[in-house]
Each structure stands twice: as C-alpha cells, then as structure tokens.
Design a protein around this ligand. Structure first.
Ligand SMILES: [Zn+2]
Length: 171
C-alpha cells in the first residue's frame, strides 16, 4: 500500500505558482484552482514503468472534505533523486496541462453551473472567484507532444499515440 502525504516543500509549491503566473494565457483557469501536491512512496508504476506524476480531479466527496479541485501526485524517490530542476518543471507543466476547464459548444469556458465565463475587451477570460467546471484533459491531444523533448518514462507510448492521432488527422 502506498504512502501519501502533502508536499510541504515551498520550492515545489512556488514552482507551480510561477508556472501558472508566467503562462497566464494557457493556465488562466488555474489561478483560482486549489491544487494539492502529494508525495507518493514507493514510486508509482504504470505498465511496468515508473510514472513520475499523475493529475486527477477530486471527486465530489473528496472536494467536500478537502476543498481541492485537483490532486497532483509525485513519485517522491524518483522525483528527488533522478530529475534535474528543469525536468521537474517540464513534468509539472505537463501535469498542469492535464488540469483543464470545460468548454461549451460555442467554444467558451464555463463555470461549474454551466454559465459561460465572461471576457474583457482584450478577449481575456475574467472568471472572478466563481467555481469553474474543471476537468481532466486526456493525453491523446497534440499539445502534449510539445512536452516531450526529454527522455521521461511513458513518453514513447504517448508520442506513439499522438503520432497516430496526427496520421489519422492527415487522413
Ligand atoms: Zn500525462
């Protein structure tokens, strides 16, 4: 049974805040999201390989007790002993890209109650403090190809899937 505990490391928490603030166009919807960072020991595995990190949305019960919108789990031993700071950051960016917001048919992001998020005159979304309709963005999406410049576990598989999507899209 894995052990889990909340990451108290201020540097990691600051990394997340910095990524969100420096990439406002991409991560505007995460400025008010409550994201829990959690260490996992031993390292998580997926298909026999170490999974560096995973992102999940809290379910309604967990949200009720924790107030968190997302949980990002990090394989602590691998994270601390095998990743450079730059690699840690690219993993974190990748996980944050899984933390998405739902859009309506008109292509507008929505609140939890389904109402559309308003824009200012520059086209910037202004969600205010109301709760957004958060969701998990799956892997089979071309944006993730951009994350995979480094040799991280699970990447070949993801790249392969993304490539398939491209081939399919090209017809
Ligand atoms: Zn991923």
């Amino acid at each position: 049974m894995a052990s889990l505990w909340v990451v108290k490391d201020a540097l990691i928490r600051q990394m997340v805040e910095r990524i969100i603030n420096e990439n406002e166009a991409e991560f505007w919807h995460l400025k008010t999201a409550k994201i829990a960072l959690v260490w996992v020991v031993p390292d998580m595995k997926k298909s026999g390989r170490i999974a560096l990190a995973t992102a999940q949305k809290t379910n309604p019960l967990l949200e009720l007790f924790s107030q968190y919108d997302f949980v990002i789990k990090l394989s602590r031993d691998h994270w601390e002993s095998n990743l450079s700071e730059a690699e840690q950051e690219s993993v974190m960016v990748h996980e944050l890209r899984h933390c998405g917001v739902k859009y309506n048919r008109g292509g507008c992001p929505i609140y939890a109650d389904g109402a559309a998020v308003p824009c200012d005159e520059d086209g910037k979304y202004c969600p205010g403090e109301f709760k957004l309709a958060y969701c998990i963005v799956p892997h089979d999406c071309e944006i993730f190809l951009a994350d995979f410049g480094t040799d991280l576990p699970g990447i070949e598989r993801v790249q392969h899937r993304a490539q398939q999507v491209f081939e399919f899209a090209k017809g």
